[in-house]
Design a protein around this ligand. Structure first.
Ligand code: SF4
Length: 396
């Protein structure tokens, strides 16, 4: 299939991993050895999913490690905001509309999915435009759309608010939880225990904002960044490009995903965002705390479509459950299986922390794809050609 097969070619993947090994050897030679593995943060949850799904982390030499960043918007949604959603959804006049993966995010006592089971009118939609259509079809109900996501989903929400405004759809509003990527990367770079050597930049967000906003990473923080695509060869090629910068002593913004990402972004999408949204002073992130200017709210001109002004919203700040170590995973301090409750009290069926909810969450991706230790298969196949062994080891 065009644009798929050529990005999954095993021969090219082998060639790239060979080149990556050579670059790592060159970096180690220049530095007189490596004291610790080179750490590359993939900012985007889509990359986290690709890395585990295709086993890309297992193809790299041990001197290169991925750190799974905060780029899954469902995963970083704080519990207090989920509680606010549930409270809004339980109002009798409200039809609460949301993307499907947000329905399972645990709040302090329940989720939207459980609220729906208990009778709240919660409906899954594929787009904010679907929510607007529900509002038009139900003029005597209040329809709230749960807007969340980075700059990738923000233009669609902004354009829907503009449509609602133009069509005077008075029973539609937005519970805005949109977040922005640049202040978040800056907060990570400012953290005192920063050990990152480079970044894979988010492909989808960059499609909207372009590559220019990342220049501060290279210029002020002297870290290389490569905006990356999502197919296995995209990710491997981007790792190669980051390592090549390190080997050559450069820190620049490079664009591996140029077939999709323009340098200046998408002017129409940015214009819609600018018309409807303005930065919030602070926004709370699960596991990362409050980050300055990392979220947006609806501008006064569109206040009539702001669910936070139309309905009472508690906006409580709640601590995560004590056993939950999502924050440490998000900062790269521990790997998902090192969390005390990984695979026991916290599984995709019964998530305790948000990183286990979405398929883009580091813990869910690790649980689904990385628990099988394929070395058992390889070793058994070597001594006993024939059918694969029945039992593969599963890493807890
Ligand atoms: S296993 Fe669960 S609680 Fe632990 S870090 Fe992952 S999502 Fe959070």
């Amino acid at each position: 299939m065009k644009y798929v097969d050529e990005f999954r070619d095993p021969d090219r993947a082998r060639a790239l991993t060979h080149e990556i090994r050579r670059l790592v050897e060159r970096i180690a030679r220049t530095r007189g050895g490596l004291e610790r593995p080179l750490q590359i943060m993939e900012v985007c949850g889509g990359h986290t999913h690709s890395i585990f799904r295709y086993g890309i982390h297992q193809m790299l030499p041990p001197e290169v490690e991925f750190v799974h960043g905060p780029g899954c918007p469902v995963c970083v949604l704080p519990m207090g905001r989920v509680d606010d959603c549930v409270a809004l959804a339980r109002r009798p006049e409200v039809i609460f509309t949301t993307f499907g993966d947000a329905m399972r995010v645990p709040g302090s006592s329940t989720s939207l999915l459980k609220a729906k089971a208990d009778g709240a009118d919660v409906r899954m939609v594929y787009s904010p435009v679907d929510a607007l259509a529900i509002a038009r079809a139900n003029p005597h109900r209040e329809v709230i759309f749960f807007g969340l996501g980075f700059e990738t989903t923000m233009p669609g929400t902004a354009m829907t608010v503009l449509q609602a405004h133009a069509g005077r759809v008075e029973n539609f509003s937005l519970f805005c939880n949109h977040i922005t990527i640049v202040p978040t990367i800056k907060a990570i770079l400012d953290s005192p225990d920063l050990r990152l050597d480079g970044f894979l930049g988010p492909g989808h967000v960059s499609m909207v904002i372009g590559t220019r906003p990342y220049r501060f990473i290279a210029e002020q923080y002297r870290r290389p960044i490569t905006v990356a695509g999502f197919e296995p060869l995209d990710v491997l090629h981007s790792v190669f490009m980051v390592l090549r910068q390190i080997a050559e002593g450069r820190s620049e913004v490079e664009n591996q995903y140029a077939r999709i990402v323009p340098e200046n972004g998408n002017a129409q999408a940015l214009s819609a965002i600018g018309q409807v949204f303005e930065p919030r002073e602070f926004f709370e992130w699960r596991g990362l705390g409050s980050i300055e200017h990392s979220g947006v709210r609806i501008r006064d001109a569109f206040a009539a479509f702001d669910a936070e002004r139309k309905f009472p919203v508690a906006n409580l700040q709640l601590a995560d459950p004590q056993a939950c170590q999502c924050g440490e995973v998000l900062k790269g301090v521990i790997k998902p299986p090192q969390c005390k409750v990984f695979g026991t009290a916290c599984t995709p069926d019964r998530p305790l922390g948000a990183l286990m909810v979405s398929s883009e969450g580091a813990c869910a991706a690790h649980y689904r794809y990385a628990r099988i230790d394929t070395s058992a298969l390889t070793a058994a196949a070597a001594v006993c050609p024939g059918p694969a062994p029945a039992a593969l080891r599963v890493q807890a």
